[in-house]
Design a protein around this ligand. Structure first.
Ligand code: ZN
Length: 257
């Protein structure tokens, strides 16, 4: 049994057949899915999805690449949504130097707001990190000085040292389909270093389907089973024990409050 800790279920691509997608996820063993917001409207949408589908849990926030578009009242909306039923986390947040859509200082301002909201509510935060490992770690260290951190580095593609520091700071590390790709030897080496009790799995659906279903353009939560299988194999762990532990980790981290 699996917990897909990161999927964008409010995306238009799922609008027509989400019930079938979720049914298929259950038949593939994925019994829980976090639906992740990327802006105020999307966060409202994932809260509604969580209300409509018992297996779906909502994470609310403004993604770093969407920060430039955010209106001042949007942040108030995220803070309000954080206390809605079915909300299990804050995000996705983080920093991104790959896309140029939001000035970096603005991204840092919003990352800081999400970290503080997490610390105020006790809800875990979900970090998106692209080409800015040192910047993310610096802000996590700063936040850790204010108090304990609960959160996850999502769809992790950073270094082993970065993962180790994030874990030391209290975070979990989650891997998505990228770790299954032929060229991802380095990332698989990183995945071997993460302690099993801090490891999570996710699809990041509808993006980047894992092997061996990479050809399926629209990724979906059921595919988390493939990523879990590959990770267990790479780490030389029994598949059932791996699935059980990573799911227990996710349920502990995203325990509904
Ligand atoms: Zn995402």
């Amino acid at each position: 049994m699996f917990y897909d800790t990161h999927a964008h279920l409010d995306q238009p691509t799922f609008a027509d057949d989400l019930a079938e997608v979720l049914q298929r996820a259950r038949s593939m063993g994925a019994l829980d899915v976090n639906a992740i917001g990327v802006d105020a409207a999307s966060s409202r949408a994932v809260v509604a999805l969580a209300a409509a589908h018992p297996m779906v849990h909502a994470v609310v926030g403004v993604q770093p690449n969407d920060v430039a578009e955010a209106q001042p009242e949007d942040w108030d909306e995220i803070v309000r949504l954080a206390s809605e039923p079915g909300v299990v986390g804050i995000g996705e947040t983080g920093l991104d130097r790959y896309w140029d859509s939001t000035p970096f200082e603005q991204q840092q301002d919003y990352f800081d707001r999400h970290l503080r909201l997490s610390q105020a509510t006790g809800l875990p935060f979900v970090v998106h990190m692209r080409e800015c490992e040192a910047d993310v770690l610096a802000m996590l260290r700063e936040a850790r000085e204010r108090g304990p951190l609960v959160g996850v580095m999502h769809s992790y593609t950073g270094t082993a040292a970065g993962a180790a520091e994030a874990i030391e700071l209290g975070l979990h590390v989650s891997f998505a389909g990228m770790v299954t790709y032929k060229k991802s030897d380095e990332l698989r080496e990183v995945a071997k270093t993460v302690p099993l009790d801090r490891l999570l799995v996710e699809t990041d659906a509808p993006y980047l389907s894992p092997e061996p279903v990479r050809k399926i353009k629209r990724n979906e939560p059921g595919h988390v089973a493939h990523t879990a299988r590959l990770l267990a194999e790479v780490r030389s762990e029994a598949f059932d024990a791996f699935a059980k532990q990573t799911t227990a980790n996710a349920k502990r981290l995203f325990a509904r409050r």
